[in-house]
Design a protein around this ligand. Sequence first.
Ligand SMILES: [Cu+2]
Length: 658
Amino acid sequence: MGRNEQLSHIQAGHPLDPLTEAEVTLASEILRSEKELGVNIRFTHVQLEEPAKADVLAWRPGTHLPRRAAATVFDCKTGVTHVATVNLDARTVLAWQEHKTKVHPYGQPPVTIEEVFKVGEIVKRNQGWRHAMTRRGLSDAEIELVQVDPFSAGYFNREVEKGRRLVSAVSYWRKDAKDNGYAHPIEGVVALVDLIEDRVVQLVDETDIVLIPKRSRNYDRDSIPNMRGDVEPLDIVQRQGPSFSVEGWKVSWQNFSFRLGWTAREGLVLHQIAFRDRDRERPIIYRASVTDMIVPYADPTANHFWKSAFDAGEYGLGKLANALELGCDCVGHIHYFDVAVADDYGKPMTMKNAICLHEEDFGILWKHYEFRNGTFEVRRSRRLVVSFFSTVGNYDYGFYWYFYQDGTIQLEVKLTGIIQTAGVAPGKSYPWGGMVADGLGGPTHQHFFNARLHMMVDGERNSVTEHEFMPRPWGADNPHGNVFDTLSRTLSRERDAAREADGRTGRYWKIVNPNETNSVGGPTGYKLLVHAAPVMLAQEGCYMRARGGFASKHVWVTRYAPDERYAAGEFPNQHAGGDGLPKYIAQNRAIENEDIVLWHTFGATHVCRPEDFPVMPVEYVGFALRPNGFFAENPAMDVPPDRNAASRDNRGHNSCCS
Ligand SMILES: [Cu+2]
């Protein structure tokens, strides 16, 4: 099939469909020829430039919106960076703008895969670093085996870092190439690497030497000789197939429908989430994704104080996504989506099985036993799962969107993988976190995620209301003392809408459509359920806080603006700070009954424990959106009773309860 045929084929699709391999190729070819890009050009992404929202909403099948691609490219010998938009229909470059990386507030494109791999060689060529290893007792052969981890360098207003494209490299001793290096951190040595000049520009080699912990802590199956023998197979059987249907990038399931998208930075994007309520297709969210992360560490020593990875903006959750495999990550009847992306050189590649779609049983949906007349009704709940996993260095993050039959939408992030570690001198305790093994500590840190939810509850104009519980004083209106109030207010301006959760008052938020009236006379809405976990605990004025300002509040509401896409701004890598949500809300636009975006920061504060090693059991964080005055009654009353044909009780009978 020629490229034109492939393109005309995809043009029959939806304007939000991700680029095909042919479109990725075409986009980089147009850029290469029109801008005369040479061999030194690197691409951080080539992906769909989404059409304007108004155009998408007005689009009808059979009509065509121009296909456009967005790309960020930089010259790996000069660092000169351009942000480009390509019109794939007209085969022209629509926009070509230089992004200034050498002037304040800086901000570099994300670290590429090529750069991740070259840092080890650059560091190992450096005589100072080799000397630091020798000082710590390593032979030449051991030095060759050292694992060098490039880590985003952050920004600390040091002269050496200004205008440079950098990563900081920390090192781990390994017994052999398969050994888990994180069990053997080499403290007191940090190499700041210039990725354009391919050299170490600053080396920290502390005078005091901390003994390298040498006990191996491996997790591959060969390293676990005695696996438990009492795990029987638990098969998920769906003889008649799944209850979802997939049409291109559109998914339909149990009245829900949505479209899938993908970007290098966010990974999975959900578009146009809607619920069919009898005969009405009711929109809920126009676009949903996790746009950034920050993982600030709370250890002030040389190897750790600067660690504050923005895993989305500095690396790319989509770029580092895993190929999921049947029977491993997901079970049951699985539908996988492959995603076409660009490699560092703008060439197309397919991320096989990047997105997983499947159904799960989820316990009881609703139930009642009426003992007076023997009426017994129970329904089992199931949920639709759309997920992907991303491995960013030592950590692995799973992003799981769940849809429930009662209209609930949930995002659960699964945190697993290997913690950052710190060597601790024998006999000493570790003051900056928890000990995980002899001579091995885990620095305390926080993980923050920011979900951007472009809301569209029953239409394009929504408001956010805040609610909290307050005891009512004794008085004529509370004669028995049992009354308490639910205080409510509408967030009217952006600066007033940067909010923290409060467990004591049970503070919560609703996204409502004040132009629609529900069955009991109120606006239709969805409730945001959050966890009142700590926001960023680093001090005001600290660089990681200035750069990751989005993590200082749980809830933000902005008036929709197409160029306000990321919680930490467009170029958080080495950015001096101040971009993203704090900057967006400084405009203090009116947000009541407007086209609004709800941004929710959630996360975990992680004090490491022995059980987190060598691989951490999954920790869960996230949020949910539940219909609240959206439906006229429980929308899952019409779910039929389950047949449970494969279930058996201890007497061998089918345990079907209906
Ligand atoms: Cu952690």
